[in-house]
Design a protein around this ligand. Structure first.
Ligand SMILES: [Zn+2]
Ligand SMILES: [Zn+2]
Length: 410
């Protein structure tokens, strides 16, 4: 790290005298998300109402400069350092931290063609290939407000939104440190949960986050392993039917009918679906992945085994080479080629008619855990969020982050 020049020190002192930087509790900024994680920039312009703090060590920050709202600052990667330009001053630093001076302050991150606005703190460090790694540190609740609108439609009934908020919070608690190798808890894309920051927030989804503040799902006193999907098609999947891993007593086959009547997700546009393709198109798509590639010719494809929830447990693919794969893997391979709304789930049948192959199926997604369209219908029928969660995650209890003690569903 290059020492601050005497001129910079002079400015630092002036600014420290001119602005007394208000401090507020940062104790709950416990979530670190790497933003713009899929395509890290080498240069950014940032605006906002913030004071910049230079990170001296992990424990003690030292203030570098305080800015008037709207002042642009420029940061360029010069690995292993970065260059920070404010007004006409240049600083060579190993890390920059941008700290809003009020709890409601926002940081506005810009690059030609791209803009994001975040709550909380930004920490920017130089990364490999002369890129910038940008981290957003914020509270769990603030993070969820930026996540929820991309996971569920904000216009849905509030109890369904609350159920989703509790599921998303549980996922975040359970999967903290998922990106420990890049010093973050989460990335901002669908690998973790899609997080688009402040601009994505909606009044109704933020209301659902606030109304369930701190609540998460537990099993035997520990945060539960939770999943959700769009539409189960009438029965949810066991986790071990899809991923063939551990068995979880609360991720079991749940019949998604309301009081033994119609399926809760029957009104979903994905409840039933059909996809028609040709033998040649199927052959080409299967060749896209080593796990399903039949080689130069495809003799036949046939479902070998159906599991308890009606999903395809194994499929035989026979050609120059032979494979037997789980229906979920086949779905992943085909929908990667044909689009995510082609083969919507692994709950399907196959019919061959000459050159034509028809997939007929039910549901969208893996089918494990919360069925979102089912939750919507249940909310419309008067279920509370906790009653909805009790359906899709049997044997679990709700707890709150602030209290170690769990309490039963009401
Ligand atoms: Zn991730
Ligand atoms: Zn369902």
């Amino acid at each position: 790290m290059i020492p601050i020049t005497r001129v910079s020190l002079f400015f630092l002192l002036i600014f420290l005298l001119l602005f007394s930087i208000p401090s507020f509790s940062q104790a709950d900024r416990t979530i670190r998300v790497q933003v713009w994680s899929e395509d890290s920039p080498d240069f950014v312009t940032i605006y906002g109402q913030f004071a910049i703090l230079r990170v001296v060590d992990a424990v003690q920050d030292s203030a570098l400069i305080a800015l008037k709202p709207g002042t642009p600052i420029y940061i360029q990667a010069h690995y292993p350092q970065l260059t920070l330009r404010i007004y006409d001053h240049l600083y060579q630093l190993s890390q920059v931290k941008l700290e809003p001076v009020s709890p409601f302050g926002l940081v506005d991150l810009n690059q030609p063609g791209r803009r994001s606005i975040y709550r909380g703190t930004l920490v920017i460090v130089p990364a490999g290939e002369n890129r910038l790694a940008i981290y957003n540190d914020l509270s769990l609740e603030e993070y969820l407000k930026g996540v929820l609108p991309t996971e569920i439609l904000p216009g849905w009934p509030i109890e369904a939104l609350k159920a989703q908020a509790i599921v998303s919070r549980t996922y975040a608690i359970k999967n903290r440190h998922r990106h420990a190798e890049t010093y973050a808890d989460f990335c901002d894309n669908s690998h973790c949960q899609v997080y688009n920051g402040y601009e994505a927030e909606t009044f109704r989804t933020s209301w659902a986050v606030d109304a369930t503040r701190g609540q998460f799902i537990t099993y035997q006193g520990e945060p539960a392993e939770v999943f959700f999907h769009s539409t189960c098609g009438g029965i949810t999947a066991r986790a071990d039917e899809i991923w063939m891993e551990e068995y979880f007593p609360y991720l079991v086959n749940v019949y998604d009918s309301i009081d033994g009547g119609i399926d809760a997700c029957a009104e979903s546009p994905h409840y039933q679906w059909t996809y028609v393709t040709s033998r040649q198109a199927l052959h080409t798509a299967l060749q896209d992945d080593a796990r399903t590639d039949p080689g130069r010719y495809l003799t036949y494809i046939s479902i070998r085994e159906i599991n308890q929830s009606g999903r395809v447990a194994s499929v035989d693919i026979v050609g120059e080479q032979r494979h037997t794969v789980n229906g979920w893997i086949l779905r992943q391979v085909l929908s990667r080629v044909w689009g995510w709304e082609s083969i919507k789930s692994s709950r399907f049948h196959l019919v061959r008619d000459g050159d034509q192959i028809t997939f007929t199926g039910k549901g969208l997604g893996h089918g494990v855990g919360l069925c979102q369209y089912g939750a919507k219908k249940r909310a419309e029928a008067g279920y509370t969020a906790s009653a909805i969660l009790q359906v899709y995650f049997p044997y679990t209890k709700l707890a709150t982050v602030s209290s170690a003690a769990s309490h039963s569903y009401d």
